[in-house]
Design a protein around this ligand. Sequence first.
Ligand code: MG
Length: 382
Amino acid sequence: MTKQRFFIYIIIKVMVTVNKKRKISIIGSTGSIGRQALEVIEKLQDKFEIIALAGGHNKNLLENQAEKFKPKYTCLGEEGLEKICSDKENDIILVACSGKIGLRPTLTAIKNGINIALANKETLVMAGDIVMREAKKHGVKIIPVDSEHCAIHQCIKDINQVDKLIITASGGPFLHKSIEDMKNATVEQALAHPRWNMGKKITVDSATLMNKGLEIIEAHHLFGFDYDNIDVVVHPQSIVHSAIEYVDGSIIAQLGLPSMHIPIQYAITYPERFEGIKSKSFSFADIARLDFEKPDYEKFPTVKLAYEMGKTGGTATVCMNAANEEAVFAFLDGKIKLYNIYEITKKMCDEHKVLENPSIDEIFAVDENIRKKTKEYILKMI
Ligand code: MG
């Protein structure tokens, strides 16, 4: 190659690299996170090419999304998820569906070397050991979308120098209500989250603080920290999205107005940052004060239970997650009271014989078994 040709080759190579669009698929494109992800992608059209969109039940919305974003293909429901996650054309897959249906396709994507932007909680709560082991084996990045884990991810420079993770919790609608008020809460009261607008299941989990419990377990797997080095602090304004403490005692936190667009955008564009859907900037002076307090474990025993089940490991967190979810559904159906969610979940956890190092099939079997048991127990209760 002559010198001149060589330079032309380099220039073309650089241009191709600069113009390369990130190829992305979204599992759960019709849900709350999926819709917001598409708003981000619309703003960053020149940065992304959509390979596939997978929706849950909303056929009309999926069709509208397909018309607008022109993916290579779409799918509705669980069928087709394996195909999407086996498509090595993907640079990244945003797993934004809720529930356990996210688990197997995520593992398939990891085995195919595709990076994951993870918004699905069950993936790590049910099978964190397996998922992180496979990710390491295949050199795949798991980039968290949840605002707390995203904040921690943004704060960490050298994980070996970090001593502690500090996860913030808004405290939900019952933070300053009495235990009695909470015990007698209606569905409407539980769904009235003061800071975040989310799906029903996660909103109830935020009211009982189980959501924070699940996030502790996710943080343990994502960042490889012992449970004793993961703290929770209640912060009602939801401005500090979480923080880390370095070995020298310095604390680094990530701040911003509550908006899911920012963590979604961060996760799918990582390690780059773009203006995209820019967060409304806030001024320290306007905010004036930020409050922090210790969580009240008597009122919110779910957090303690999550620590215990997390430390137990194996299928303990599978059991807790399944029992809690079934109890939340029963609460949303008006069958039980808010406080019963914890009592039922605790009972199922107490009775569960934990399997250590379960396989994926064993995890799904425990999940199914606990759901059945929980439903039967609730039927007897009412
Ligand atoms: Mg969160």
